[in-house]
Write a protein that binds this ligand. Structure first.
Ligand SMILES: Nc1ncnc2c1ncn2[C@@H]1O[C@H](COP(=O)(O)OP(=O)(O)OP(=O)(O)O)[C@@H](O)[C@H]1O
Ligand SMILES: [Mg+2]
Length: 339
């Protein structure tokens, strides 16, 4: 780095910098400058301009989202950060080192878009294998593998071969593998792909837990709700170009609209409030009950079903008692259960 601000940072380390003692002098974990990637064909002819002059900075301890439609350059950016691809122009620095320096990879965990894992190994053997690649001792490996299997919720399936795993289970092994070396920076390419809503929620909680441990996470996704739930800042790409960059809370704030949440208001009180708003020159858009998300609804139903198997919830109400449905089925009654 050659700027004045960096010189200051070098003499006075930023307290908010990452947890490792040798964290980058600039206090920035990933910095891309004018980063471009052109894929060329066999004869060197330009095929696709996948990334155009990308400038982003990812700071220690944040969850940074790369957002964009299919083909917008998200995976290309991640591969450039990892040094798996070389830029056509510009640079990317990770922990202040050029992305082509392989030593930085010891501090990085990577969940690829599609994990290429050995199908005939169990989850335990898979993680043990990756632990060996990082030269971990036998005891350290066993401890770490155990921790990770618990973390991703695969205790019940750890002795099964990966070829028997569902898509979501494979994704979980992929994440565990990405965390084997207890990395400071975690790159997640579409982490929620193939996960059901429960798995998605768990993955999001896990990502938030990683941030709480002081890790830096960069993830890319086109699942907008997931990004909104976990990311501190996002960059939005379209056709390889950066279109927007900022804090999620700032980007999503609707200006000039005021939201008030209140409980226990009577109709009369609501009318009065509307009147006050009009008197002050405002216009009332709606005074209504807020809606929950589909995710909340789904997770509540699954939790209730686990707590009270057999009960059926009729929309808007508490779940019905299990007894009648269960009895109907058990007695061979052929009317549809719960109707
Ligand atoms: N190895 C490659 N050779 C040629 N073109 C490529 C290659 N990899 C990616 N591309 C092209 O680069 C562009 C960006 O691809 P990239 O995989 O980075 O997109 P993405 O944002 O990750 O998309 P998705 O959401 O579908 O995963 C696309 O037009 C793609 O076709
Ligand atoms: Mg991709």
């Amino acid at each position: 780095m050659d700027t004045d601000s960096t010189a200051v940072a070098e003499t006075e380390p930023d307290a908010s910098a990452g947890t490792s003692p040798d964290d980058s002098a600039s206090g920035i974990v990933i910095e891309s400058r004018n980063l471009s990637k052109i894929y060329r064909d066999f004869w060197g002819r330009k095929k696709v301009h996948a990334l155009k002059s990308l400038d982003i900075e990812v700071r220690p301890g944040e969850i940074f989202g790369l957002l964009g439609p299919n083909g917008s350059g998200k995976s290309t950016t991640i591969k450039l950060i990892l040094g798996l691809l070389f830029p056509s122009s510009g640079r990317v620095l990770v922990f202040d080192k050029d992305a082509s320096e392989t030593s930085k990879n010891e501090r990085i965990g990577y969940l690829p878009e599609e994990s290429y894992l050995y199908k005939f190994l169990t989850a335990e053997e898979t993680l043990d294998f990756y632990g060996r690649l990082f030269d971990m001792s036998g005891a350290a490996r066993r401890k770490r593998v155990d921790e990770l299997i618990r973390l991703v919720g695969l205790q019940g399936a750890k002795h099964r071969q990966l070829r028997e795993y569902s898509k979501g289970m494979t994704r979980r092994v992929g994440l565990a593998q990405a965390l084997i070396n207890d990395p400071d920076l975690i790159l997640l390419d579409e982490p929620t792909t193939g996960l059901d809503p429960i798995g998605t929620r768990e993955m999001k909680d896990l990502i938030l837990a990683l941030r709480d441990q002081g890790k830096t996470v960069l993830l890319c996704s086109h699942q907008l709700a997931d990004v909104q739930d976990v990311c501190d800042r996002v960059a939005i790409l379209h056709q390889g170009e950066l279109k927007e960059l900022g804090r999620v809370s700032d980007l999503l704030k609707v200006q000039d609209v005021t939201e008030v949440h209140a409980e226990g208001l009577t109709e009369e009180a609501k009318n009065e409030i509307a009147e006050v708003i009009r008197r002050h020159g405002g216009s009332v858009k709606s005074i209504d009950n807020p809606t929950a998300t589909m995710e909340d609804l789904f997770l509540n139903i699954v939790r209730e079903s686990e707590a009270r198997p057999g009960a059926r919830r009729v929309s808007g109400s508490a779940p019905s008692e299990p007894s009648s449905d269960t009895q109907a089925n058990e007695s061979g009654n052929d009317t549809e259960a719960g109707q």
